[in-house]
Design a binder for this molecule. Sequence first.
Ligand SMILES: Nc1ncnc2c1ncn2[C@@H]1O[C@H](COP(=O)(O)OP(=O)(O)OP(=O)(O)O)[C@@H](O)[C@H]1O
Length: 592
Amino acid sequence: MASQTSFGACRARLALDIKIASCSRRRYSSNSTIVNIPRADVYRFGAATQRSTPVFRDLEWTIKANESWAVVGTGSGEKSTVFDMLMGHLRIHPAPPPPGGLYPFLSTPGTDPQKSVSIVSFAHTRAVGGAFYDYTARYGAVREEDRITLRESMFPEMVQDLKSQTRVKIEEEREVDYKLFEYLVDKMGLAHLLDLPRIALSNGQTRRARILKALLAKPRLLLLDEPLTGLDVQNRATALDVLHELHSANDPHIILGLRMHDPVPQWITHLVIVNEGIVKTGPKDSLREYQARINEQAKAARDEQLVLREQGKPLVELKNVSVTYGPRKVLKNITWTIAQGGRYHLQGSNGSGKTTLLSLLTGDHPQSYTQLGPERHLLLFGSPRSKIATPTLHQKIGVVTPELFDAFPRRAPGMTVWEVVGTGWEGGFVSKGLHGLGADTEMSGDEEVKRRAARVREVITALGPTAWDSDALVSPPASPASSPAAYPAPLDSLSASFAQQRFRDLPVGAQRMVLLMRALIAHPPVVLLDEVWSGMDGRMVRAARRYLRNGGGVKAGQAVVVITHLEDEVPWGEADGVERVRLDDGVLRSVV
Ligand SMILES: Nc1ncnc2c1ncn2[C@@H]1O[C@H](COP(=O)(O)OP(=O)(O)OP(=O)(O)O)[C@@H](O)[C@H]1O
């Protein structure tokens, strides 16, 4: 039995068993057709075919079982639309012909092919119900309702077996599931995390767990949108290997979603490139030049020069700072100074402690209060955490993190883009009117109102759709959230329309952009940008980098920390004096 044998010894055997079991389930050859769209226009449901503009025109796309496809998009909106189409959320006209329709390989009579197709999208994380939740909960003691472990959330039936150390007789199919579970858990480096509360997992760990969970549900076709974003280099390679292995056995067939500037995995043979509404499909090599051209434009932004100021006085100082959870030390004697004018790139593998470190800098972490002593301190703007009020910290630190993104309030009717940006004046989560000054002051029309209005206009113009060169991602709101007159002129019409849109209705990349605007609006002394590019397309990343680097997005004296696994995503380079630091297993080192 698997439970009595060393896992390492039987891993190869398990892989073989999984494949054998898979082969007995899958009844199609390597030449079977997975997706079939002979030639069609694609519409949103409800759009009249005769009068409406199709989302995609003259789309021709066929996927064979022995091909490996990636959908590459310049916008999360555009790329997601391709996945929406595959999930049956768009109307394909004329409909793909029988037998099988869109999915010939799933044409078993009496079954719904769509039930065998799953999607895991990392470009669409949202808080359940749109309510704000306390994302700082993971930093402290874990509450009862958050106690559910990764293992329990994955595979509840198995937990009892394992806890009681007895194996109940399970069906053949279940046995394969169990083996698949063990095999994948090991391959994806999740084994040591299985009994941790789910809430304690880092972002990268959670991403890998979500992929694993999707695989356990055994879809026949799995769409994975941006599965690699947020994974460190090593975990990216491992995840890709696993996906390649399963895909090669067509168990399941996998279609990847990638951003335009992401490296294309070597085993991908074919691409769908969606660029400004135009879809090109074909072998990877035949589209190489086309993709390179699009990427070159993105790279041009990197060559722009900026003279960075001399570094100034310390804003945040850490000396021998540690964070422990029981016997576990996740940050070990960190000594680091964030100074005025500094540009920092913080790197680190998944689980190395980046998010924990950030939560100390923002004062969200309970242990930010306990870093006291002659040889140890955390000073935020010259004061220990207990001596600086939380609202003051919110004002002094502009933040975009995956946790903030997920937790930001989206409950209907929700704030407009302008209102969300306006919350950045105070760093709060509730709109205090258009200029963050409360209703009474709004009426006065004084200098402060004018200053704030001008700044919001500047940021929305610099980082909004006008700067992305296209209005493809932004459609005017069906019913404007408020009267356009409420927005002080002048804003170009595209920016004005964007300003009135409901934040919650925007594609994920645009939402991240709005939260970036919010973080920058008040020119806070410290700006922390963690995985801010995730879900953005190439044009958005370019616009944001340009604005940050030399477009006035941040002033000389502000300090900016960018957390990303990819050097390309940092707006500043060597020549700008960017300081690179790296966390490894809770230890911070300078990268020379
Ligand atoms: N409340 C907690 N209890 C126990 N361990 C925790 C808790 N919160 C975090 N950890 C552990 O601390 C380590 C650091 O987590 P952190 O979220 O800071 O990593 P990270 O570097 O941000 O990773 P990623 O790049 O994946 O987001 C991880 O191993 C995580 O499992």
